[in-house]
Write a protein that binds this ligand. Structure first.
Ligand SMILES: Cc1cc2nc3c(=O)[nH]c(=O)nc-3n(C[C@H](O)[C@H](O)[C@H](O)COP(=O)(O)O)c2cc1C
Length: 197
């Protein structure tokens, strides 16, 4: 975790569409990071991450037995003061790229709920931000993806997070025409990166 007056910020870019709506909102939120913090970004679509095999290999140790690009993510999650998950809604849920990472965090679930060990927080606590964009009017996707992301944040010992969810945004870049979304994202970033030191 960051020490003193710096934050370690970990970002999960969950859309396969580069510079699409999710990326645009994420970019606005990150504009609120004015330097001095450590930013680690994972573009999940470019990473080599296998799905959880439910092999039970983490049950007694809290450590996943698979070896792939999740190794870097496990380490970043442990050290994070702030975590941003940004995903489009696909079939009423998170993108597969995002969900695969969350499922692989079953090892943190074992660590927390079976081994009774939470990830310790630094002086600024652990906080999250969830950014969701869907093309449909129906909010089922926000509800379902939101429930999954909440389970994820709690499992990795992030006790509080804010959610920004936008619907009826489909065409690449359409979020730029939304009346408040870019400003909302920036302001959520300001809240996320504000700390007392
Ligand atoms: C495979 C796939 C499934 C989708 N399913 C949904 C859905 O269930 N609900 C919804 O609101 N939008 C759905 N969409 C629309 C995307 O969420 C929408 O285009 C979004 O703006 C994409 O964000 P991006 O530009 O960041 O990738 C789907 C799109 C794709 C490609």
């Amino acid at each position: 975790m960051g020490s003193g007056d710096t934050l370690k910020i970990v970002v999960f870019r969950g859309s396969p569409r580069r510079e699409g709506n999710t990326d645009i909102l994420l970019g606005e939120a990150l504009k609120a990071e004015t330097g001095g913090n450590e930013l680690i970004q994972f573009t999940l679509n470019d990473m080599n991450i296998r799905p959880c095999q439910n092999c039970g290999g983490c049950d007694e140790t809290g450590s996943c037995v698979l070896a792939d690009d999740m190794d870097d993510i496990y380490s970043a999650i442990r050290q994070a003061d702030r975590i941003i998950v940004a995903s489009p809604i696909f079939f009423f849920g998170l993108s597969a790229q995002t969900k695969i990472v969350i499922d692989r965090c079953q090892s943190f679930w074992c660590e927390k709920y079976l081994l009774k060990k939470t990830i310790p927080s630094g002086p600024h606590g652990r906080k999250g931000l969830l950014i969701l964009v869907g093309g449909m009017k129906k909010d089922t996707g926000i509800q379902c993806a939101g429930a999954t992301a909440t389970a994820f944040f709690r499992t990795i010992s992030v006790p509080e997070h804010e959610t920004l969810g936008y619907l009826s945004i489909d065409r690449k870049g359409a979020i730029r025409n939304h009346s408040s979304a870019l400003k909302d994202a920036y302001e959520a970033g300001v809240r996320l990166f504000t700390h007392n030191n």
